[in-house]
Design a binder for this molecule. Structure first.
Ligand code: GCU
Length: 410
């Protein structure tokens, strides 16, 4: 009977804190032989690879290890973009050695008054042309969600330009001396159940030596982020040792997996990534493993779908995903009205990840008491609960730019 009740619950979402059942988190420092990790060397050499594999097996599926010969070309550039404050580049990354239809387009803005600036990388939800009203940005020709502003029959139109400028704060970012590199997640895989059929999980399967069902859309997006890093490493106009990755919501989940998978990424920001991202899955609050897999069966690996009714047997949880970012700076953020993402679950996993940062002599969040809204806490692991809804706002960017400036010693 008890398990029957549990099953019923997990298919529903809860937003009543008093109904959250006690749970026990897997101990991130407990090694397979039962001993506990005591130093950073042991973490890096043994425990980190072990936990990483647990995530591959149980949540995200495989991350392709095969190196591919990708090619880049700057398709367009202008040193006088945005009234002269930045250089714009539009770079095409060809992912497949012989099929020239398999590519992704990266939009870059580099501030003109800074030599080799640090760079924010991010995927966007509906095309590069949504990031700014700059008319020179190529309009995406891919499928876009029917929720995308200005879209007609799932295609962008001129009315889609600048649809999402509020989430980017491009001018502020450039003024603070950062570059931005962004690409449409749909260039790797469109966000639909059948998106994999035309995305890289299919077109790259032979090259990457991996079948489409061995990973999910999250993996494809995360892998795509690493290809942006590949490009940046050979673009001398930016400092590729200072790459900050930011992702919001579903793209925040992908960002955490990319940050865990690619240690060239120097700083990671999860903006309201919620279930499958920064939020503790074992906490029955907001979205659940069962709900997310029902609604988005294409996002994660197949095994993740088997934990819908038995989340307590999942060998991993969000605090372990965040720990894979250590010792690199990590910022986790929630919004008060975004109960679906479980703010407290995001805070608690960020707090827990501090145990791994401590092995490196880095300070995480000091107390497990949830901070008041708009009161950022923590050092190398930082957290805030913003007032308001599910979004990336001016307030969020202010915190992230300050954090990245401090961590990058700017
Ligand atoms: C849905 C989904 C979330 C996701 C969000 C988003 O609400 O359930 O897991 O984070 O979409 O990407 O905006």
């Amino acid at each position: 009977l008890f398990s029957f009740i549990a099953c019923q619950c997990l298919a529903q979402s809860n937003t009543d804190e008093s109904k959250v059942q006690p749970y026990t988190l897997p101990d991130v420092l407990k090694m397979p032989d039962g001993k506990r990790v005591t130093n950073s060397r042991e973490w890096q050499l043994k425990q980190r690879p072990y936990i990483y594999r647990l995530f591959e097996e149980n949540q995200f599926g495989r991350f392709p290890a095969t190196k591919t010969a990708i090619r880049f070309r700057v398709m367009e550039s202008d040193r006088n973009a945005l009234d002269g404050i930045a250089t714009r580049k539009q770079v095409r990354i060809w992912l497949h050695p012989s099929d020239s239809t398999v590519y992704a387009d990266v939009l870059l803005y580099i501030p003109n008054n800074v030599k080799k600036p640090p760079v924010f990388i991010a995927l966007n939800f509906s095309g590069n042309h949504t990031v700014s009203t700059d008319k020179h940005i190529a309009l995406s020709t891919r499928w876009v969600s029917s929720r995308a502003k200005g879209g007609v029959n799932n295609r962008a139109t001129e009315a889609s330009r600048g649809a999402d400028t509020a989430s980017w704060q491009l001018h502020t970012l450039l003024q603070k001396g950062f570059a931005l590199a962004t690409a449409y997640c749909g260039d790797w895989e469109t966000d639909t159940v059948t998106g994999y059929q035309t995305g890289i999980r299919t077109t790259m399967k032979d090259i990457l030596n991996i079948q489409p069902n061995e990973w999910g859309a999250m993996g494809a997006w995360a892998w795509g982020l690493s290809r942006i890093v590949d490009y940046l490493q050979q673009d001398k106009a930016v400092d590729a040792r200072k790459i900050a990755l930011i992702g919001h919501s579903r793209l925040g989940k992908a960002a955490l997996w990319a940050g865990a998978s690619d240690q060239r990424i120097a700083l990671v920001i999860s903006n309201e990534s919620g279930e499958g991202g920064a939020a503790i899955s074992r906490r029955w609050y907001g979205e659940t493993v069962k709900i997310i897999n029902n609604n988005f069966p294409h996002w994660f690996g197949a095994k993740y779908r088997t934990y819908g009714d038995s989340v307590n047997t999942l060998p991993v949880d969000a605090h372990m995903l965040l720990s894979l970012i250590a010792p690199r700076p990590l910022y986790v953020a929630s919004a008060e009205d975004d109960k679906w993402s479980d703010p407290k679950g995001e805070f608690l996993s960020a707090f827990e990840a501090g145990k791994v940062y401590a092995l490196f002599g880095k300070q995480g969040i000091e107390t497990d008491k949830m901070p008041e809204p708009n009161q950022p806490v923590g050092e190398t692991v930082r957290y805030h609960l913003r007032t308001g809804r599910h979004a990336v706002t001016v307030y969020d960017w202010q915190q992230y730019l300050e954090f990245a400036s401090r961590e990058f010693g700017k």
